[in-house]
Design a protein around this ligand. Structure first.
Ligand code: 5GP
Length: 203
């Protein structure tokens, strides 16, 4: 049963670059209603096929630093020489109207959200093996060998943060990863705390 929620669920999804998060997220959003994907701000250059305002809001370093100074970001981090951050205003409005909000962010940003938003749900997504992550980054064919090496090193550091997350999803097949995330979100929706509004009539 789909109930109108009083407040949306904030969902944080982290996982190393190249694990296939974007594909999993695209599939999840096509299946699940009432989820808004937070389009991050970044100073990195668009990859082939990426669109401004869809995959990211691509901004200059100066503009990003202005946003930091103006307190416009819920969280931000520097990742492989670029800034990435989440606009507070864009997500607050959705949560207040009862829409779930999905953030695709790395571990430093997730740690900040953990401090600021105690009710958020934290999911980490991993590949079936480290070798497979390396294969996927090479197959993507968009980054230089140096950048790939940097991303693999970063992944090792990120894996150490997994114990701070609530759920671990394995992206072997996209459909399997999506099914696991669907199950997590459905379980969260069934929590007594999430269903306070319907409970009132039984009081
Ligand atoms: P990519 O350059 O591969 O698109 O993303 C690099 C990393 O930045 C990924 O781990 C992604 O989850 C993370 N990322 C994307 N947007 C944000 C954001 O708004 N905040 C933070 N902290 N990380 C982000």
């Amino acid at each position: 049963m789909q109930l109108k929620k009083e407040k949306g669920q904030l969902i944080v999804l982290s996982g190393p670059s190249g694990v296939g998060k974007s594909t999993v997220i695209a599939e999840l959003l096509s299946q699940r209603k009432n989820v808004y994907f937070s389009v991050s701000y970044t100073t990195r250059s668009p990859r082939v096929g990426e669109q401004d305002g869809v995959n990211y809001n691509f901004v200059t370093r100066a503009e990003f630093e202005r946003m930091i100074a103006a307190n416009e970001l819920l969280e931000y981090a520097e990742y492989v020489d670029n800034y990435y951050g989440t606009s507070l205003k864009a997500i607050q409005q959705r949560l207040d109207e009862g829409t779930d909000v999905l953030l695709d962010i790395e571990v430093q940003g997730a740690a900040k959200v953990r401090q600021r938003c105690p009710g958020a749900l934290f999911i980490f997504i991993i590949p079936p093996s480290f070798e497979e992550l390396s294969r996927r980054l090479h197959r993507r064919n968009t980054d230089s060998e140096d950048v790939i090496a940097g991303r693999l090193e970063k992944a090792k550091v990120e894996f150490r943060e997994i114990p701070n997350y609530d759920y671990l999803v394995i992206n072997d097949k996209v459909s399997g990863a999506v099914a696991e995330i669907e199950a997590i979100l459905t379980a969260a929706e069934c929590r007594v705390d999430s269903r306070r509004s319907i409970l009132r009539q039984f009081a």
